[in-house]
Design a protein around this ligand. Structure first.
Ligand code: HEM
Length: 317
């Protein structure tokens, strides 16, 4: 009896502490204070994607890099100044993270409609979802009510965003550190069904790895020499880089993952079966991706009186 009460109170405690993190996030958070928010974001994202399809990918990645560094708090959007070191020049972001101007445009429009009300963190969460949808991917309900950080951490960005040279164990543990499991890791890696990567991020894979389709490595080497041309670009999904589908997983099964970390998900380890499932079952991938995006978006939000509603996403108020 005592032990079952103990078990019950433990379960209750776990439930309470899980929900505490995002207790204040809700899809209706701005229903009264900014009723047109979602339309403003979707319209701006539609324009941006029509101008350049890649921007949907770039903004999805910005959201990932925001959430993995001290939570989804728009810390990635802060510019460096003489007295402030932000995250934009951390190794995973420098010459790489992009899409900041689109967030600025959305913020300006949102401020015009509902002054000092909506956080940059929530704008990024909505824009990432809309980018995926506009490229043909799944939709999900974005919970809202995040507030913006007054600080950023370049060292956390360097240490907590996984490297493309990571093996499966390292990838799994960096996701576990954020409360995400291996299934989330594999589903979210499917974000690499859109967008581009620089030669410097996949050079090791195309010159050194042996678990790679030789035709694929030969064609990638043609535009990514053994040294130099670091910024030359290649699609993460060789088949449909501007379409959010399950081709990423079909590539990985065919040993055509572009990043070393991509191929780690299908290299005789624990995620092989799931990669195969996603490669043949697009609807399972879609629903897992959407659910994992919601979980990623719930990482350590600032709520209530923590943080602030930044007026300009690039600077602390
Ligand atoms: C699993 C660990 C991950 C690693 C090691 C990783 C690594 C990378 C690297 C190295 C690039 C290319 C960057 C460059 O060229 O400078 C990239 C691009 C990208 N990543 Fe990831 N990533 C991971 C997970 C994710 C997740 C979880 C998402 C989103 C759900 C994501 C979305 C993207 C997108 C969309 C791009 C293309 C961006 C663009 O074209 O601007 N990645 N990633």
């Amino acid at each position: 009896m005592a032990s079952s009460i103990f078990t019950l109170s433990c379960i209750l405690l776990v439930l309470l502490s899980c929900s505490a993190a995002n207790a204040q996030l809700s899809p209706n958070f701005y229903a009264n204070s900014c009723p047109n928010l979602q339309t403003i974001v979707l319209n701006a994202m539609t324009q941006a994607v029509n101008r350049e399809t890649r921007i949907g990918a770039s903004i999805l990645r910005l959201f990932f890099h925001d959430c993995f560094v001290n939570g989804c708090d728009a810390s990635i959007l802060l510019d460096d100044t003489a007295t402030f070191t932000g995250e934009k020049n951390a190794a995973p972001n420098r010459n790489s993270a992009r899409g900041f101007e689109v967030i600025d445009t959305i913020k300006t429009r949102v401020e015009a409609a509902c002054n000092a009300t909506v956080s940059c963190a929530d704008i990024l969460a909505l824009a990432a979802r809309d980018g995926v949808v506009l490229l043909g991917g799944p939709s999900w309900q974005v919970t809202l009510g995040r507030r913006d950080a007054r600080t950023a951490s370049q060292s956390a960005a360097n240490n907590q965003i996984p490297s493309p040279a990571s093996n499966l164990a390292a990838l799994t543990s960096s996701f576990a550190a954020k409360g995400l499991n291996a299934r989330d890791l594999t589903a979210l890696s499917g974000g690499h069904t859109i967008g581009l990567a620089r030669c410097t991020t996949f050079r090791g894979r195309i010159y050194n790895d042996t678990n790679i389709d030789p035709n694929f490595s030969a064609s990638r080497r043609a535009n990514c020499p053994a040294s130099g041309s670091d910024n030359n670009l290649a699609p993460l999904d060789i088949q449909t880089p501007a379409r959010f589908d399950n081709n990423y997983f079909r590539n990985v099964v065919a040993q055509r993952g572009l990043l070393h970390s991509d191929q780690e998900l299908f290299n005789g380890g624990s995620q092989d079966a799931l990669v195969r499932t996603y490669s043949t079952n697009p609807s399972t991938f879609s629903s897992d991706f959407a659910a994992a995006m919601v979980r990623m978006g719930n990482i350590s939000p600032l709520t209530r009186t923590s943080g602030e509603i930044r007026r300009n996403c690039r600077v602390v108020n």
